[in-house]
Design a protein. Structure first.
Length: 231
């Protein structure tokens, strides 16, 4: 059996699973259903499917600028190198489709992201890391504010709710429980509905598997209950 035959075997085995997830998620999600697989691939550093997924998103009339912004937003979460790989795949797709990316020019004021961070997360990270030696406890929270929230949230092509939702999907893909808990709560505070977050996580199912999805939807539900109890 050749390598291609093995891939065909996998595709045949999982085709019904993919279709089942897509059909059910389509009842609860709109464009995110096509963006979430791109987020999963970028986060995992798996580029083989990104060009095909990007073309699928473009065919659904999702603007190239939105697709690019979703991928750019992942840089503070998964690092520059994985995002660069994904962007190269996006560019290949754009070139083949004769699409020219238009960089958004509208931006919020320079401290916009810091204000959003304070509203959604308070001083959680600063308090958590305050006892680190050699001023590391000062640098990391400051860098987080400046180079996660201010650098990216000020680009108003995506709403705060969208950014929080997409970041949460990346964190679920990374399987980092502490950050999932924090950003599930932050995503809800930003205006996302608990059902939308759960179904967005279900859209990740073929890409990250059942254990991570089951754990993540429980954490989202717990965050929802915490927010409800605080009212």
């Amino acid at each position: 059996m050749t390598q291609n035959e093995l891939i065909i075997e996998l595709n045949n085995l999982t085709a019904n699973w993919l279709q089942d997830v897509d059909e059910n998620c389509a009842q609860h999600l709109t464009t995110d259903r096509l963006l979430i697989p791109i987020i999963a691939c970028t986060t995992q550093g798996t580029t083989t499917k990104i060009e095909v997924l990007t073309k699928k998103a473009l065919n659904a009339a999702i603007k190239p600028e939105i697709i690019v912004e979703v991928v750019l937003q992942l840089a503070p979460i998964v690092g520059i190198l994985r995002v660069q790989q994904a962007l190269e795949c996006l560019q290949q797709c754009f070139d083949k489709e004769h699409i020219i990316y238009q960089r958004p020019t509208a931006e919020a004021h320079s401290n916009y992201g810091a204000q959003i961070q304070a509203k959604l997360y308070g001083t959680e990270i600063k308090d958590l890391l305050k006892n680190l030696p050699d001023k590391a406890g000062e640098f990391i929270p400051t860098a987080l504010t400046e180079h996660f929230f201010n650098d990216f949230y000020g680009r108003i092509l995506l709403s705060v709710a969208e950014r929080e939702r997409y970041e949460l999907m990346a964190l679920i893909t990374l399987n980092v429980e502490f950050q999932i808990k924090a950003h599930a709560l932050g995503s809800l505070k930003a205006g996302n509905h608990v059902g939308e977050l759960v179904w967005s996580t279900i859209q990740l199912l073929p890409y990250i598997g059942f254990p991570q999805v089951i754990n993540a939807v429980q954490l989202i539900q717990q965050a929802y209950q915490t927010l409800q109890n605080s009212k």
